[in-house]
Design a protein around this ligand. Structure first.
Ligand code: GLN
Length: 478
């Protein structure tokens, strides 16, 4: 049984009140957050108000949603009406949205208790959370290591049990990679399965809102609560009716698992060894495992960085201090106002990507870089179609390495780009993918296994993950 369901039953039986539960989490956050830096803003008042409403509902015998009274967190790029949402950037410091993101709106309606906004790489650009204006989140398994990124704070909060679940965003791996580094579950949905309305854009054709939780069942519960059609997002899928929880306990006997050699070979020996051991577990569960080659998977990484930066350069144009964003203090002309604002208030990583994106879209280079990357994306999608005619799911490492030391790759662009080699393909092809803990390396740091499914097969990848979790035998207990 998942932790959310257990707490739900305790709330119904009045073994604990929503207020007590919320207060215990707030106390924990106040205690542990200074060392972990998972939250950049704690919303204590809002949390206690919601808890109070839930307690009154319970007292009145009203029906309660599974998520009512459950303490949770949101990445700082998910818009929250009346609550600052800064993308951990100086340019949006103090920005208070006037509307809720659909994902948050759906959770809020169900009575989920928002504990606060979590740390992230500035504008979700990075893989260590170190580009945050608030400094890096720490890995709860060992605070000398990064939490991963960009949703580092969300992963830390969940793995350290400073929240039952959190929402993050995944453009190239930002939910799965930190989940893998910190040792929790991370689900990136199919593009179009979860509304992007109110998610502050990084690269719109790749952006998704994903779920992080302490176990697979909780992940499924949250996914079912936030997914489904939203008229406010033009890329939302109209005919998708999600219900993944019911499939979790199904047998996976006879399922065909494909393992692309190209991604396995990228992994460090310890990561590879644990992955191979996990595949044996799947074989013991009656699955067929086959190693195969998909050479164009290697083109995903350069194609991703060209497309992501191109889209970012366009999306971030709105921060000119007129439409959005803070303004530089002194300037002599409008031109200088915009230049100084963007120069002073964006961090270096963001500026680098805007410049790279502008370059690949510029006259003379568009065909050479951007159009070529789009063609590679098309080829990759076509290849995945063929692969999923043969296999039910693909399994790869989530990240070729375990968590980096704080500062280790801060100035090493190649290492940080390479960290995304296993995750970006799912974003380019719009596929659902999940990261699940499959053991620890010699340093005691978690290793993540990634399950990739065909479009809208969230039920299947969660089912595959749940059965592995049972076989692994380490269900997190209350
Ligand atoms: N590390 C990748 C990047 O910096 C992915 C980030 C994300 O998924 N938001 O682009």
């Amino acid at each position: 049984m998942g932790k959310i369901l257990k707490l739900h039953q305790m709330l119904l039986r009045k073994e604990i009140s929503a207020k007590e539960l919320t207060e215990s989490y707030i106390a924990k956050v106040n205690n542990e957050n200074p060392a972990l830096n998972a939250y950049v803003r704690v919303t204590e008042e809002k949390a206690l108000t919601t808890a109070d409403i839930i307690d009154r509902k319970i007292a009145g015998g009203l029906t309660l949603d599974l998520l009512s009274g459950i303490p949770m967190a949101l990445k700082d790029n998910i818009s929250t009406k009346g609550i600052e949402t800064s993308c951990c950037s100086k340019i949006l410091e103090g920005y208070v949205p006037v509307y809720d993101a659909t994902t948050w709106h759906r959770l809020d309606e169900k009575g989920a208790v928002l504990l606060g906004k979590t740390n992230m790489d500035e504008f979700a650009m990075g893989c260590t959370c170190e580009t945050s204006v608030f400094g890096a989140s720490r890995n709860p398994q060992n605070t000398g290591f990064v939490a991963g990124g960009s949703s580092g704070g969300s992963a830390t909060a969940v793995a350290a049990d400073l929240a039952l679940f959190s929402l993050g965003s995944d453009t190239g791996g930002s939910v799965r990679q930190p989940a893998s580094f910190c040792g929790c579950v991370g689900l990136k949905p199919t593009y179009g399965a979860v509304s992007r309305y109110g998610l502050i854009a990084y690269a719109s054709s790749l952006d998704t809102v994903g779920v992080m939780a302490q176990n697979v069942e909780d992940t499924a519960v949250v996914f079912d609560s936030i997914s489904g059609f939203d008229p406010m997002d033009s890329t939302s899928q109209a005919d998708y009716v999600p219900c993944t929880v019911d499939s979790l306990e199904k047998s996976i006997k006879g399922r065909k698992i494909g393992v692309p050699k190209e991604l396995l070979e990228k992994a460090d020996p310890e990561v590879k060894a644990l992955l191979l051991k996990s595949l044996e577990k799947y074989e013991n569960l009656g699955c067929f495992v086959e190693f195969f080659s998909m050479p164009n998977l290697i083109t995903a990484l350069p194609a991703y960085y060209i497309i992501a930066c191109a889209e970012a350069s366009s999306n971030l144009g709105r921060y000119d201090s007129v439409r959005f964003g803070n303004r530089a203090e002194s300037f002599e002309s409008i031109h200088q106002m915009i230049c100084k604002t963007r120069g002073e208030m964006f961090g270096n990583e963001v500026k680098k990507r805007i410049m790279l994106g502008t370059f690949v879209l510029s006259d003379g280079y568009y065909d050479k870089y951007y159009a070529k990357a789009q063609r590679l994306r098309q080829c990759l999608m076509a290849e995945f179609e063929k692969v999923f005619a043969k296999y039910d799911v693909l399994i790869t490492p989530t990240s070729p390495k375990t968590a980096f030391k704080i500062g280790q790759i801060q100035n090493d662009k190649e290492a940080s780009f390479n960290a995304d080699v296993c995750t970006v393909c799912a974003n380019l092809a719009g596929l659902p993918a999940l990261s699940l803990d499959c053991g620890k390396d010699e340093k005691g740091l978690p290793v993540g296994l990634q399950i990739i499914g065909n479009r809208f097969r969230e039920s299947l990848i969660l089912n595959m993950a749940r059965q592995f979790e049972i076989a692994r035998g380490t269900e997190s207990e209350l």
